[in-house]
Design a protein around this ligand. Structure first.
Ligand code: ADP
Ligand code: MG
Length: 166
């Protein structure tokens, strides 16, 4: 599924819509819901996360955890308890030891978490399943966002955004 945005506000609005999908889905998760955010620098990944966080009811200002790699925000909505914003730009490829230090596996395995991972391509074979959003810088204000990933989740998102599972 391909979405085109013409401004940061439009990209934030997609994040906000996906947050309301997360909050309204009846499915019970066994693990965290993961959004893998990939693609160009300046492509709008952090901008998207701002909208996502707002939609989850988080009022704290969002900046990318480029140096700390992981930041947690409490969420109070249904079964969700935590929003994790991860940014692996500085992660050496498939650095298992560092992932252990930030408790990556526990974060991913807990069904009370929603997790957005910038630069998830750095995880290689360790990238968790879930949705994949690929951001492409088209021109100063235009970005293309391609939604990929688990078919089941993709169909749910399409149905939520367009009211049908096409
Ligand atoms: P990334 O996290 O992918 O590196 P950011 O979200 O930090 O990207 O940066 C995107 C930059 O591009 C911001 O300065 C934002 O204001 C600008 N921008 C311009 N048009 C758009 C758009 N359509 N969507 C998202 N960001 C946009
Ligand atoms: Mg970023």
């Amino acid at each position: 599924m391909l979405l085109t945005t013409q401004s940061p506000e439009e990209t934030e609005a997609i994040g906000q819509k996906l947050a309301s999908w997360c909050l309204n889905r009846p499915e019970k998760e066994k693990r965290a819901l993961v959004l893998n955010l990939e693609g160009d620098l300046g492509g709008g990944k952090t901008t998207f996360v701002r909208g996502l966080a707002r939609g989850l009811g988080i009022s704290h200002p969002i900046t990318s955890p480029t140096f700390v790699l992981s930041r947690r925000y409490p969420v109070k909505a249904g079964n969700l308890k935590n929003f994790y914003h991860l940014d692996f730009y500085r992660l050496a490829k498939e650095d298992d030891r560092f992932l252990d230090q930030i408790n990556f596996r526990q974060i991913i395995n807990c069904s009370e978490n929603i997790v957005a991972i910038e630069w998830s391509e750095r995880l290689g074979r360790l990238r968790p399943s879930g949705l994949i959003l690929c951001f492409v810088f088209k021109s100063e204000h235009q970005r293309e966002i391609t939604l990929k990933g688990e078919t089941d989740l993709l169909n749910q998102v399409k149905a939520y955004l367009y009211g049908k599972s096409a």
